[in-house]
Structures are given as C-alpha cells and as structure tokens.
Design a protein around this ligand. Structure first.
Ligand SMILES: [Zn+2]
Ligand SMILES: [Zn+2]
Length: 207
C-alpha cells in the first residue's frame, strides 16, 4: 500500500494519501488545506485519485476538498450525518477565528461496514460517531485512519455541536478496539499509535 502523510493547515491535520501500488488508484483522507502539496504527491506518483474521503466535516479537515475535486474529478464521500456539521461551517469558523471555504456537495454518502476498493486494496468504513455525529474511521491493510475519534493517548473532544462522550467511548470500544493489536492507528492530528497500545495505555479507555 502506498501511504503518504501531509500535515496541513493551522490546526495541523494529518492528511493521508493512500493508493494501491500496482493499479495506482488512490484516495485522499481529510484534505484540510495545502491542496497544491496534495496534488503534487498525486502527480509525482502517477496516482489516479478516485476518492476524497472525509472522516468528518469539521472546518480543519475540509478546506482543500473543492480544489482537489475540481482538479482530479475524484468523488467526495462522507457520512450523511455530517451534512448537519457542514451546515454549521460559518459558526465553526467564528469559534476558531479561521475562514474555510465550503466544500462542494458530497457525491455519495458512506455507510457503516461498506467496502471501497482502490485497485486490490479494500478500505472498510467504520461508523464511529461521538466526536461528530457522522464520524467514520477507515480500516485498510493493517492500518486504521481514526480522524478525530481516537488519538495516541487521547480521544476527540465532545463539546462541539453533535458531540457526545458516551457515544464516542462506545464507538472506540466496539469498532476500534475490536481490531488486532498490531493495527497501526493513523489519527487526524498528532503521532501514530497502535490499537494494542491504545487498549493498554489510553487513559480514556482503561477505566
Ligand atoms: Zn474534528
Ligand atoms: Zn480535527
């Protein structure tokens, strides 16, 4: 699997580009900013961008969707419950004092447990609400992209509109801690981890 991380925007979102090595079909996860850098990686590696997948629609994760979609024609995919969050973009911008452009409407909504194919690579969508009502994680080939649901040693905040602490803990315990210990956790912010380390040491999950 091809995997490249680009840290984007003032809140330092981890934007990931993943692809099937052979067939060069690619997806970008959470392009919050730096569209030129993302497009550069796609071009230099001869990738064909099929999907723009968002773990959720907070303003720090969506800023470059429009430009990337316009340039590549990739489909923009997100969980339907995030449409509520997209509508609150102006107030999100106010809270954080940052201006983000609205993304184009999604091409299609993602469903829990659905498989997306990139060549021979399978991306499994895991519906993990709690940080955001339509939050998802993506499980693929020994890694899981956790957005702002699970971080190394921490979990996403639940004080933003649509957030709920118990829902978040249940999502993590049911959908993420059920993965194998050696699965690499690639979060929306900060360093990577593993499911085994989070199960053992994450203070929010050990109680
Ligand atoms: Zn978020
Ligand atoms: Zn974030």
């Amino acid at each position: 699997m091809f995997l490249k991380t680009i840290v984007v925007g003032p809140l330092e979102v981890n934007c990931y580009i993943i692809a099937d090595e052979k067939k060069k079909e690619a997806a970008v996860v959470d392009p919050g900013d730096n569209s030129d850098e993302v497009l550069d990686v796609i071009k230099k590696n001869n990738l064909n961008l099929k999907y723009i997948i968002n773990t959720h629609a907070h303003f720090d994760h969506i800023g470059a969707i429009g430009k990337i979609k316009k340039t590549t024609g990739a489909e923009f995919l997100i969980h339907e419950m995030e449409m509520h969050v997209l509508k609150t973009l102006p107030s999100q911008n106010l809270i954080f004092g940052i201006k983000t452009d609205s993304p184009p409407p999604p091409d299609r909504f993602l469903k829990d447990s659905e498989d997306l194919m990139l060549g021979d690579l399978t991306l499994k969508i895991l519906y993990t609400p709690g940080h955001s009502p339509g939050g998802i994680c993506i499980h693929a080939d020994g890694v899981v992209f956790t957005g702002d649901t699970l971080f190394a040693g921490s979990i996403g905040r639940t004080d933003l509109p649509g957030g709920d602490y118990n829902t978040l803990i249940n999502s993590i315990k049911n959908k993420l801690l059920s993965l194998q210990d050696e699965t690499i956790v690639l979060p929306g912010h900060g360093p990577q981890s593993t499911i085994g380390d989070e199960r053992e040491y994450n203070p929010f999950l050990t109680q």
